[in-house]
Every structure is written in structure tokens, then in C-alpha cells.
Design a protein around this ligand. Sequence first.
Ligand code: ZN
Length: 475
Amino acid sequence: MSIDKEYAHDWIENNKKRLIEISDKVWEFAELGLIEFKSSALLADELEKQGFRVERGIAGMPTAFVATWGEGKPVIGVMGEYDALPGLSQKKVPWKEPLEPGKPGHGCGHNVHGASGMAAAIAAKKAMEKHKIKGTIKFFGCPAEENFSGKVFMVRDGYFHDVNAVISHHPNTMNGATLESSLAVNSVKFHFYGKASHAGDSPEHGRSALDAVELMNTGVNYLREHVIQDARIHYVIEKGGDQPNVVPPYARSWYYVRAPERDQVEFIYDWILDIARGAAIMTRTELKVEFLEGVYNYIPNRTTAELIVKNMREIGLPKYSDEDWKFAEEIAKTIAPEMKIAQLKKSKRPGWERLVDKLLDDEIPDPWGEGETSHGSTDVADVSWQAPTVEFGTATGVIGTPGHSWQDVAESGVGLGHKSLIFAAKVMVATVIDLLTKEDILKKANEEHRRRIGNKKYRSPIPPDHKPPLDIWEK
Ligand SMILES: [Zn+2]
């Protein structure tokens, strides 16, 4: 390993305690998207203390920030997230037991995500200083990945305009970087306004907003036959009235519309808007459409994915303690074997069968999944249209751990999560150093990026005047 990478890794090793403490603090804060005040301040303060120039409250989000060190090209970005998920509060134990019932929890490991990126950025700065490496390192503090796609606002407002490559880590049950794309999505609320009346005595005076919601859903469910196979349309009824003897004057549904390409989402979304209008006409109610977020599909990058894998192999997988193995064993007992197999199969990782009898991923596979699309969505996708971007995973949880689960929360807060954090930070800083010092790799990554995008143009999926819904949790 080169001496600059070794220097960066020594810094991570020597500061392990502090880095884990930061990850655990964010785990305890467990703050929801757009209100991650303590979590983002903790990361931003640490970067500032380490000499980064920190710009806070960017792109209309108090909890978004960018921390910069160095000057000139190349500019390498590292991303970190820190939002939790509602209702997933969980103790650091291998059985289901909330810390505070009903409160949020880190069911996607974003406490590790934020800390690993921050650690890599600081370690990169240390190595750049010591070994006179030219260029700029930027850490992007990205709020609200889970619900309001903070990065889309940051992209729209130009914060990624000058980056030459971007790296992002995400806790996973597998090590590696896939070449899968992700689904583009629109998230939208439909508010219907009718007129209340006595449902028994004078229903003829009422106009039911709930009828509109139900008719709209019926229309959309008929639409399903006429959309592409890979599209996904899902909804919840957030408000359907108060009690049966009052014709509901107000009702609200929340929709996600997903498809492999942005223009496919827009086509389906347009049709759904027609259906919503139709439902309002049928029921003589008023419709208000509240657009919440839009996200692109992810553009993979083989050059940077292979670089990540090469660095992972050079560093070597973490060594787990007896306590870690014990915890993993206990968690594994809570995961049904058929679910584990289904999840492995769905990953399409070559040779996934070898992992069926394993607790933790002990391999570092080549990047896989070229031409495939995962059925989730992420705002990392919008960044991936700006510059070569790689999001890689390190094993944080037992194989088969469902996403957004109590098991996920527990694993992210104990030894398994800590080891994943340190490993990921080392992989990221090694990759940052490669991208800063090896012009040919950065060039190749950018050529690949241009080739994959071709003549498609990125147009922000959110309207120019659209603002992050900062008051959403007060509603
Ligand atoms: Zn996540």
C-alpha cells in the first residue's frame, strides 16, 4: 500500500474511538429527515475543528452542509447521510425491544453512513497535507435521504457542479459495489376537499373527499395493466375522515410512482394526475396536488466500482470479536431461512448460494449487476448524473437482515456497525487518494460517465421554486 494511504489509515486507526463515538451519538439522536439538527451539527463541527471550511444550511435545508478542504482540481466528493426512520426505536440487543416505543431509529444505518464519510474526508485531508497531494476534498452532509431526497435540492442549487467524482458508502449485509441502476420516483400527496354533512340525515348535502380518494385509487389500479412491467405504484390513505356519520370533508392519499427511467415516471405520473382530476370531477370535490419529491435513476460507474473493490481487497475485511459473532448468531435466529434465501437470490450476486449458510459476508466480490435495476430509489442517483459516482456497501448486518428493520437498528449501533464504519472509512479514503493522484483513472471514470449518459439531459425532477418541506413533521 502507498505511504499516503497508510498515513490516512493510521489516522483512522488512531482516532477509532472518537469516530465510533460520533456514529453512536448519531445513532442515539435518531433524528428524522430535515430535522437532523444535532446529528448534522456534530459532523459539521468535527470537520470544522479539523480545518475544513463549512457552509451550513445549504439548498434551503438547515441540516444540509458542505465541508471543503484544499484547492483546485481535481475535486473529489464524499457523501454522508444521518437521517433515521420513524417508529423504529430499538435497543442495542439482538431481540425486538424499543428504546422508546414509537420513536425513530437508525433502521438504515445512516449513523454509520455519516461517520464513515466524515472520517474518510478528514483522513484524506491529513494525507493530502502530509504528502502534498493537490486537489480539493468536499464532504457533503446530506439530509433526508429516506423521505425528501435532500441531495436533489443540493444538485438543483449547484452544489455538485464542480465535482470530478463522488463516493458514498452505505451499510449493507454485503461487501462490494454493484452496477445496478435504481428506480426514478415521484412522491406526491393528493388532497381532496369536499363538504361535511350528516351522513344519515342529509348525505345529499355532503361531498365526500374520501369517495374521491377511493375512486382515484380505483382508477390507478386499472391503470396498472397499461404501465411497463418494471413500474411500481404504491399509496397510502393518510386521512380518510373522522367518523362514519359525517361525510368526510377532507381526505388525503400519498403516492409513489417509480420506473427505471425518469421519462417513464413522468409519463405515468401525468396519467395519474388525470385520474386524480377525474376523481375530483366525479365527486364534485376540489383537488390540490402537493408534489413532495422527485428522483432520477442511478447511473453506475464500473471504473470507480472496480477501484473500490480493489481497495477493499487490499485493506482486507474486518476481524470480528467473539462478542460480534455472538450478536450475529442471535440476530440470525430472528431471520427466517426462506427470507434469507429470497434476499440473497434477489441480490443477483454471482455465487450467492455460498452465503446461505454464512452469518456475515466474508467475501469481496467483483462489481456485479450491470444492466440490472434494483427496485428501490435513492437520491444518490441525482448526484450520479453530475459526475462519476459510486455507492458501495460494507457488511454491517447479518446476511438476510431486512432493510429498515429493528435488526438493522441494533446492528448499526454495536460492534458490527463499528467495524463496518472503520472498514468503509479506510476504503473510501484509499479511493479518494487514488482519484486525487491517478489522473488516468479519474479520466477513465469520467469518459465512462459521459458514455453512459449519452445524449440524455438531466433536468431537475423538482420544480425550480419547490422547497424542502421543512415543517412536514409538525403537520
Ligand atoms: Zn439508507
